[in-house]
Design a protein around this ligand. Structure first.
Ligand code: CAA
Length: 390
């Protein structure tokens, strides 16, 4: 039985900061951000959007024509949790008017949790092949104003419909996975921003890639040449370039020209370059970008996917692109979403960034900005109250 991704939708807020503007404000050569990190823009979340509104907006287009009625499980992957107890997916379930005969749960392991959700969804479907599972990944990457991590901030959400008749990508059963107790990046409960040992985190990312590749190779019997395109977890696009070249060397493929290696990942990088890191959503934003942007017909091709979550857990796995996939991608909607965004000045970005909801239970009507069809309208008595827009 096949299991895999039937539909994919991506959402990022309506505002962005140009990294040249950020570099000027921080007194840094803009090539460091644009060439050294490989980033162009950074998506910025306004006060009335959060991981819940982003995920609901990403999911909305996938649930038309009665699909929503067939959803029996929602997994919500995030490291930007809004509550220590209640799953963020329950608000999404409510905003999208999904059936009450549904289970909803939140998963956490840094940026890796979306892959755990996808793998668990595929396993559940083997027990109950008629069901449809909604996997949501939504995050806001925050390191702090003026920090070294600041140019790698960003935000966004992915919604994936996972079924036994996947029209986009069949997920293959074999994978290599790896866990190690490392402190490369974490966020204690009392902090709004991640604590990160940046250079160490890039080293752990690369060593985890080697470990998971070894496991994948052993489990699948496949080699580097069996994989046509690669999607990597994308904290910033240069990370994927480094990872891919290292993997090629490690597997004895260093005779391949740089252009060949770069072409194997190039299409997966477009969206991340203009949104920045979306943590748990980031790998699947890369996959969306690849399917949307590839000028080559990818039908039948094997895509390698590397998922990395600091702390750390990682997995290398693969999928086969399905016949007719181009009829089911949402390229036009994704491109319009990105081209319609509003550019912020550095002061406007800092004002959005510095906004805080009350933490003492008092009431606040959240200032209204451009959003998708859902917004956080109010907080009162420690409750988040969402609104449908227009
Ligand atoms: N022109 C061109 N390139 C330049 C340049 C210039 N003027 N100035 C610097 N560069 C290059 C540097 O040479 C470097 O490239 P190499 O790595 O190839 O040498 C690159 O730009 C970055 O420069 P620095 O290493 O000096 O940058 P930094 O120390 O200020 O910060 C960072 C880089 C550590 C990644 C920091 O942005 C950070 O901490 N980011 C958050 C953590 C992160 O993203 N980690 C990734 C792995 S962990 C993960 O993937 C999980 C996750 O989602 C967080």
């Amino acid at each position: 039985m096949k299991t895999g991704i039937d539909a994919l939708s991506f959402y990022t807020p309506r505002y962005y900061l140009d990294l040249v503007t950020l570099a000027e404000a921080r007194g840094v050569d803009s090539d460091k951000y644009c060439v050294g990190l490989g980033q162009q823009h950074m998506a910025v979340c306004p006060p009335d959007e959060d991981v819940i509104t982003m995920a609901a907006t990403a999911a909305l287009p996938l649930l038309r024509n009665g699909v929503g009625d067939a959803i029996d499980t929602i997994f919500f992957a995030t490291e930007t949790g809004t509550d220590q107890s209640k799953a963020a997916g329950i608000y999404v379930h409510s905003l999208l008017d999904l059936p009450s005969r549904c289970r909803v749960v939140e998963l956490k392991q840094a940026c890796y949790s979306s892959t755990a959700a996808l793998q668990i969804a595929c396993a559940l479907l083997r027990q109950k092949p008629d069901s449809k599972i909604l996997v949501l990944a939504s995050d806001i990457a925050r390191y702090g104003l003026g920090t070294r991590g600041e140019p790698t901030q960003g935000c966004g959400a992915i919604a994936m419909l996972v079924t036994t008749e996947p029209r986009l990508l069949e997920i293959e059963a074999e994978s290599g996975y790896y866990t190690a107790d490392v402190m490369d990046f974490w966020r204690p409960n009392y902090k709004d921003e991640a604590v990160v040992d940046g250079h160490f985190s890039t080293k752990v990312y690369l060593s985890s890639l080697m470990e998971t590749w070894r496991g994948y190779e052993k489990a699948s019997g496949l080699s580097f040449g069996d994989v046509t395109r690669f999607c990597y977890h994308l904290p910033f696009t240069r990370m994927a370039t480094k990872a891919h070249h290292l993997l090629a060397r490690h597997t004895g493929n260093d005779q391949l020209p740089d252009e060949t290696l770069d072409a194997q990942i190039a299409d997966s990088l477009h969206y991340n370059r203009v949104t920045g890191n979306s943590y748990a959503a980031s790998l699947y934003e890369g996959l969306t970008s690849l399917l949307d942007k590839s000028s080559e017909d990818l039908t039948g091709k094997r895509i390698g996917l590397f998922s990395y979550g600091s702390g750390c857990v990682a997995e290398f796995f693969s999928g086969l692109v399905q016949t007719g996939y181009t009829d089911h991608i949402r390229r036009g909607a994704h491109e319009k979403l990105l081209s319609d965004r509003v550019k912020l000045s550095c002061d406007e970005y800092e004002a959005f960034y510095s906004f805080r909801l009350p933490q003492d239970g008092s009431d606040l009507n959240v200032p209204q900005n451009l959003t998708g069809p859902f917004r956080l309208g109010r907080v009162s008595e420690h409750k988040r109250i969402y609104q449908k827009v227009g």
